[in-house]
Design a protein around this ligand. Structure first.
Ligand code: NAP
Length: 485
């Protein structure tokens, strides 16, 4: 018997992979494997260990719906989120289903055998009729090709590849980029470094982070009366969901949040020149809104300087700015984000007649409910095209997608279907709707370019309306919209 043959292959052991495995087991499907390229499971929360790494969605909402957790604070730090994923792995006995150090190099559909062949870098081949990609949208670090980058003789790494062997204490450090990762790293390392330069290309809108320690009595209450925690989660969900009113382009709501952010800069930043440098000229929401209580104070420390004029080149000893200044540094931290809008499945996927997914997506990624793609039977993507969410928990989306995926899998079993794929016209109609809805959102009209978009400005990452509508759209598989064999 071929030991590498399964009913389902899952790629990635982050929240998407773990949630899929739990659902499969609940449905009585135990013949599956999770392939993970890292040496340990956990996905993004195993990978991102930079100082200050934390979630920016309230923890009671940033967990699987039926898997509440005893969170110690409202916005959990990375170690606690990783502990939660480990708790899920142990509770559901998933560890022996995960094969680590298995970087997928290709996935190819065999039309004769109706199954996927998944090759890994260690020369192993796994086969299964069903393939679930849960490799995550933010897993490919983007490091810009600034001239001279290769010549730098100090230490340098991306936020998601933090080198803990390098001791940054007392060193001169440059952080390039001022997005969600940077606003967490900067305050975390600022008190410990000798000098910190924060290189900002574009200021981002930032709001206070309503973080707090969850006191013992409250945690006890949640344990004793789980309904209370469920109600808190529900309340948080609807509170965050209301933000979508602004992102959908409601001007009054956008003004409300913009004024709040402006008041916050005014309150936290005393120097008008610095304030001006930190004030974006695009609409709030166009790029991801950042949450931080300590980023602006960190920038005003004696040993920290915001540098805004642009980078000319990297030199062997530092950074040459466009203003002609040379910043001597020992460490460059690339807080420059990820390849998300393009190239976010990190291996070639070949469907019917050898069609390459990356070719099928040459004008930007698209999928039916962000999950299924014509010509790629029995293949599902979690956190796929246009499923991103800037205002609430990404886990809400993953769990919604899994309702559809599980409905498909159970019907495949029930009716003995060998393959199923969404009809091309259905996928096209769906994506026309997505892009039409998108045109009115602040992400398209807000006057910025963001990682949500391809180089041509097409938003291939975000869902353009309320997340409860996504839950509704993914509730079940509509047979008439699919081709089955
Ligand atoms: P990001 O938001 O894409 O920010 C990248 C930063 O690098 C931006 O400031 C960008 O400037 C800058 N940059 C890119 N290329 C540059 C260049 N050539 N020269 C100078 N600056 C350059 O990346 P991120 O901070 O890693 O965050 C990505 C996403 O990950 C977030 O939006 C969020 O969804 C997720 N995330 C979540 C959390 C959390 O839950 N707490 C934490 C971290 C990340 P421009 O704005 O000018 O392009």
């Amino acid at each position: 018997m071929d030991k590498n043959r399964y009913e389902v292959i899952i790629i990635g052991s982050g929240f998407g992979g773990i949630a899929t495995a739990i659902k499969l087991q609940e449905a009585g499907i135990h013949d599956y494997v999770i392939l993970e390229r890292a040496p340990e499971p956990g996905g993004t929360w195993w990978q991102n260990t930079y100082p200050g790494a934390a979630v920016d969605v309230q923890s009671p909402l940033y967990c699987l719906k039926h898997e509440p957790y005893d969170w110690s604070r409202m916005f959990a730090l990375q170690p606690e989120i990783l502990a939660y994923t480990n708790h899920l792995l142990d509770k559901h006995r998933l560890r022996n289903k995960i094969q680590c150090n298995q970087e997928v190099t290709a996935a190819t559909y065999d039309e004769q055998k109706h199954c996927w062949q998944v090759a890994t870098a260690s020369d192993r081949l796994f086969t299964a009729p069903v393939l679930v990609n849960a490799s995550g949208i933010l897993s490919q670090p983007a490091i810009p090709d600034i001239p001279g980058r290769q010549q730098f003789q100090g230490a340098s790494f991306h936020t998601s590849q933090w080198n803990h062997d390098f001791d940054y204490k007392g060193k001169r450090v440059a952080v390039i980029g001022t997005g969600a990762s940077a606003v967490q790293v900067v305050p975390a390392i600022a008190p410990q470094v000798a000098q910190l330069y924060v290189l900002q290309r574009t200021p981002h809108w930032l709001l206070p982070r309503p973080d707090r320690v969850i006191p013992k009595w409250e945690r006890q209450l949640y344990k004793k009366v789980p309904l209370v925690q469920r109600l808190v989660r529900e309340w948080l969900y609807w509170k965050l969901e209301a933000r979508m009113i602004a992102f959908k382009g409601n001007q009054a709501a956008l003004r409300f949040f913009r004024n709040k952010a402006l008041r916050y800069i005014k309150k936290q930043v005393k120097d008008p020149a610095l304030r001006q440098k930190l004030t974006p000229d695009f609409m709030l929401g166009c790029k991801r809104v950042l949450l931080s209580n300590d980023y602006y104070p960190a920038l005003q420390r004696e040993n920290v300087r915001l540098v805004t004029g642009g980078i000319e080149r990297i030199t062997p000893t530092g950074i040459q700015t466009k203003q002609g200044e040379h910043l001597e540094v020992d460490l460059i931290v690339w807080a420059t984000g990820f390849h998300a809008a393009e190239d976010n499945i990190p291996y070639p996927v070949r469907g019917r007649q050898g069609l390459l997914l990356q070719d099928y997506w040459q004008d930007g990624a698209h999928a039916y409910i962000g999950t299924a793609i014509p010509h790629f039977p029995n293949f599902f993507i979690l956190a796929g095209p246009n499923t991103g969410i800037g205002h609430t928990s990404a886990l809400h989306i993953i769990e919604s997608q899994l309702n559809y995926v599980m409905d498909v899998l159970l019907k495949m079993r029930q009716y003995g279907w060998q393959s199923i794929e969404v009809k091309e016209e259905i996928e096209q109609i769906y994506n026309q709707w997505v892009q039409e809805k998108m045109q009115k959102t602040v992400w398209q009209t807000g006057g910025c370019h963001s990682w949500y978009q391809t180089a041509d400005g097409k938003n291939t990452t975000l869902y353009p309306t309320y997340s409860f509508l996504f839950r509704k759209a993914t509730a079940r598989m509509k047979e008439a919209d699919h081709l089955v064999e």
